[in-house]
Design a protein around this ligand. Structure first.
Ligand code: DGP
Ligand code: NA
Ligand code: NA
Length: 213
């Protein structure tokens, strides 16, 4: 019976990088390419500002609310947890998920304030693990020159500089799952590098269980 053929799961693809590195553009281009190739896929942006927790995060980022560092850290993690069962279900139903930021942003943006890396990782331990992380790497000064950062809380060159160093440190622990992509190249060049990685990973995860961070 062809209907009982083993179901293949979707891939969990995380796109990370500094503000202004082109993440959202590349996520959209990747979604377009997946659609062209008939790969069922969803885009999930973190923070997801639409949930009640996401609305608190949004108020914090837009600097209208002050929150103690650990408190906001845990809210960002809670925002990932509240969507985790939905993400797992989609993956197991064969849907590939493209994440515009994930646990890696969660770790480094808080660690940049001085919280320890171990502390910052802890609340995310157990979340669905990304099969691959594409780190769109861009010099903080180049990022700033790309039309400037916006007015949100972390969009300051000194913070972005620390964040970039921390991303590199965190990426080293991810070994083969972490791919550094030079985001200083053209949109089309970055798109092709990203697709080359994703096309392979989508095939590789067939038959593999979703890992845990
Ligand atoms: P974005 O909506 O992608 O522009 O992200 C909003 C800002 O929040 C951006 O400066 C990165 C930061 N950010 C994203 N995820 C987290 C997180 O989990 N923890 C912390 N502290 N900051 C985060
Ligand atoms: Na931003
Ligand atoms: Na973005």
């Amino acid at each position: 019976m062809s209907s009982s053929a083993p179901k293949t799961r979707g891939a969990l693809i995380a796109i990370e990088g500094l503000d202004r590195a082109g993440k959202s553009t590349q996520c959209q281009l990747l979604m377009d390419r997946l659609a062209e190739r008939n790969v069922p896929a969803r885009l999930q942006k973190f923070p997801d500002r639409t949930t009640p927790i996401g609305k608190m995060i949004n108020a914090y980022l837009s600097t209208s609310t002050t929150l103690e560092d650990h408190t906001i850290h845990l809210l960002f993690s809670a925002n990932r947890w509240e969507l985790s069962a939905h993400i797992l279900k989609l993956l197991n139903d064969g849907v590939t998920i493209v994440l515009d930021r994930y646990v890696y942003s969660g770790i480094v943006f808080s660690a940049a304030k001085g919280l320890s890396l171990d502390y910052c990782r802890a609340p995310d331990v157990g979340l669905p693990r990304a099969d691959v992380v594409l780190f769109l790497d861009l010099d903080a000064e180049v990022a700033r020159r790309r039309g400037g950062f916006g007015g949100e809380r972390y969009e300051v060159e000194a913070v972005q500089r620390r964040v970039r160093d921390l991303f590199k440190e965190v990426g080293e622990k991810e070994e083969g799952r972490w791919r550094v992509v030079d985001a200083g190249r053209s949109v089309e060049e970055v798109r092709e590098v990203v697709w080359g990685v994703v096309e392979r990973v989508v095939k590789e995860v067939e038959g593999m269980e979703v890992g845990r961070f």
